[in-house]
Design a protein around this ligand. Structure first.
Ligand code: F6R
Length: 609
């Protein structure tokens, strides 16, 4: 969701800014632009649409500069047009501004500025920032920016350059991520680490209320309220640039689906062996669960779906009541929690605004917060009381696959270990589970290679449909939900997931001749019940795709497509069952010629509520 980049150094800024913006494309955007500082003037180039349009415009622009800022915009205030794209500037082109987030009080500031005679050229909330900086500028950019941001309400990450101050970028963070990349005689600014991984692995991660004063030889960080210098620690990132490249795949999504065996292995590394689970490297221990009366899991989208899996695991293995909430709902109701509640927040990006707000609410009410996060150094990772890093590596496709898998795999580890700590399972059962978990990466690999060709054929059939249903019971229902979300977000087909037993309470009315119904049935104790539901929809004309165990369906007079999974304890079957569904979404979207890695209207890191 919106991306900011900045560069100051000895090299040409244009290609570096463009490269940074390309690396941030995955965040989702609908227009892009850059501002360069040249000979005491600012040159602003911005275009609605994909980066190729901006690239073309830049190609025709011969301006050379060693400092600039850039932006990919995901429209909130005003349509995606050239005028509404960032950077924005004041009437005299003294300052150029890029902004992520939302300025909630922009309307009243705009009225004040209009009354003073300022002329606005866009419908955005951002433009007020450029005019305010101009109004407050008395020869020092950081002072003008600091006065400006003190007037702003809402969430923002902002970067500003001035025509009068050569080689200087001033940037501010409040509730929207911003990092400074540190180089030799050059420094970088971005909303996310992958933007400049090709240039540095050393970063300052700005905290809320911090302002960065960036020049090529030095970076100073201030608290913008007190204006005092802040001593920052350098954050060293252990992702390399190659991990964030496509490496020959047509799309990041397919690459990330295929990386899942390795990413689960990476998560399990040093945390699991033939005899034990060892979570000591994560810093969590028995005490986290001994005093816990209930667990609340809070997240959004796919991360929320991983929480639903966890509910079944914790309740079955650990016998602790679990409530799972969508973060945007949780934060605005009055959740009942106290110091005996363990709140688990789950987030790939670690920056999702609603999840972060839920974390803060839980802490305010005295609960302990454990976070499952993929992105190192992200806000949620820094603010939680305990963190388990998901170790999925950079996930670039907007549709989450490998991060989801590692979220679920992390829940396997934590719920199992909690059951051991609380003596809820005996040694024999524990050993059987461990054996299965150790096999999981290899089984995921087998499923990918066994089902891909079959799934491609099914996807070719699905492209002619408009509605697809997913059904499942218990853990299978959570997988159905995730499968339906994946299909919706990248193929734009309408997909709905239902608990299989719930169909006859209304939804069955929608099942008609030829409608595809995907049934996930891996809970062995519930197979017969699920199969009855499959028959219900079949008898109303549905085309059935069933995902279940190899050899499990003895007589088949009902199922049109059968996808079989290798055997594993059915507590852990979800991570095998989700693979065909991820591939199905991918290939359906591919055959429908959709923009798979950056589906319309969606953003990777949702930093506004
Ligand atoms: C779906 C998807 C989203 C995210 C959601 C939460 O494929 O990616 O539903 O899961 O926006 O994002 P994080 O995990 O970054 O908090």
């Amino acid at each position: 969701m919106c991306g900011i980049v900045g560069y100051v150094g000895n090299k040409s800024a244009k290609p570096i800014l463009l490269e940074g913006l390309k690396k941030l494309e995955y965040r989702g955007y609908d227009s892009a632009g850059i501002a360069l500082q040249v000979d005491q003037a600012l040159d602003v180039i911005k275009k609605q649409g994909k980066l190729e349009k901006l690239e073309k415009a830049l190609h025709n622009n011969k301006v050379e500069s060693k400092i600039g800022i850039g932006h990919t915009r995901w429209a909130t205030h005003g349509k995606p047009t050239d005028e509404n794209s960032h950077p924005h500037y004041d009437a005299d082109y003294n300052f150029a501004v890029v902004h992520n987030g939302i300025i909630e009080n922009y309307q009243s500031i705009k009225e004040e500025l209009l009354a003073e005679g300022k002329v606005f050229t866009s419908e955005t909330d951002t433009e007020v920032i450029a005019h305010l900086v101009d109004k407050y500028y008395k020869g020092d950019l950081s002072e003008a920016v600091s006065r400006t941001v003190k007037r702003l309400e809402g969430s923002f990450a902002i970067a500003v350059i001035s025509k009068n101050e050569e080689g200087r970028i001033v940037a501010v963070r409040k509730d929207s991520p911003l990092i400074v990349g540190l180089g030799q005689n050059e420094n970088f600014l971005a909303s996310d680490i992958p933007a400049f991984l090709n240039y540095t692995d050393q970063f300052y991660i700005l905290e809320d209320g911090e302002m960065a004063d960036i020049r090529k030889e030095e970076v100073k960080i201030y608290d913008y309220l007190t204006e005092k210098l802040v001593a920052k620690e350098i954050f060293e990132v252990n992702w390399d640039a190659e991990m964030a490249e496509k490496q020959g795949y047509q799309h990041f999504m397919l690459k990330e689906i295929k990386e899942q065996p390795e990413s689960v292995k990476e998560l399990f590394k040093n945390k699991i062996n033939a005899e034990e689970i060892d979570l000591s490297q994560t810093g969590i221990d028995r005490s986290l669960f001994t005093d816990t009366h209930n667990i609340q899991i809070v997240a959004c989208g796919t991360a929320y779906h991983s929480g639903l899996v966890a509910k079944y695991l914790f309740e079955e293995l650990v016998e602790i009541p679990v409530q799972v909430d969508v973060a945007s709902e949780y934060r605005y109701r009055k959740p009942l929690l106290d110091e005996k509640t363990l709140v688990i927040v789950v987030s790939q990006s670690g920056e999702t605004a609603d999840t972060l707000a839920a974390l803060r609410l839980a802490q305010e009410k005295g609960a302990r917060v454990l976070a499952f996060v993929n992105v190192q150094g992200s806000s949620i990772a820094r603010e939680a009381d305990h963190v388990i890093y998901l170790k999925a590596g950079p996930e670039i496709a907007v549709a989450s696959t490998k991060a989801y898998t590692n979220m679920v795999a992390a829940f396997y580890l934590v719920s199992l270990q909690a059951a051991v700590w609380l003596n809820k399972i005996d040694e024999k059962r524990k050993q059987a589970y461990l054996k299965d978990l150790i096999r999981l990466p290899e089984l995921i690999r087998q499923v990918i290679s066994n089902v891909e060709t079959q799934i491609k054929l099914i996807a070719k059939e699905y492209i002619s449909h408009k509605n697809i249903f997913f059904i499942g019971r218990n853990l299978d229902y959570t997988i159905a939900l995730e499968g339906a979300l994946k299909l919706k977000e990248i193929s734009y087909l309408h997909a709905e997931a239902y608990p299989a037993g719930e169909l006859k309470h209304g939804t069955l009315a929608l099942v008609d001749e030829g409608i595809p119904v995907i049934a996930v049935a891996t809970r062995k104790d519930l197979f017969d019940k699920s199969y009855s539901n499959i028959k219900e929809v079949k008898s109303r004309g549905a085309e059935i795709l069933l995902i279940t165990w190899e050899g499990y369906l003895q007589e088949n007079d009902t199922v049109d497509h059968l996808v079989e999974l290798p055997d594993i304890n059915d507590l852990f079957a979800g991570l095998l069952a989700i693979i065909p569904l991820q591939l199905l979404s991918y290939y359906t979207a591919l055959y429908l010629d959709c923009d798979i890695d950056q589906p319309r209207n969606l953003a990777k890191s949702v930093t506004v509520e």
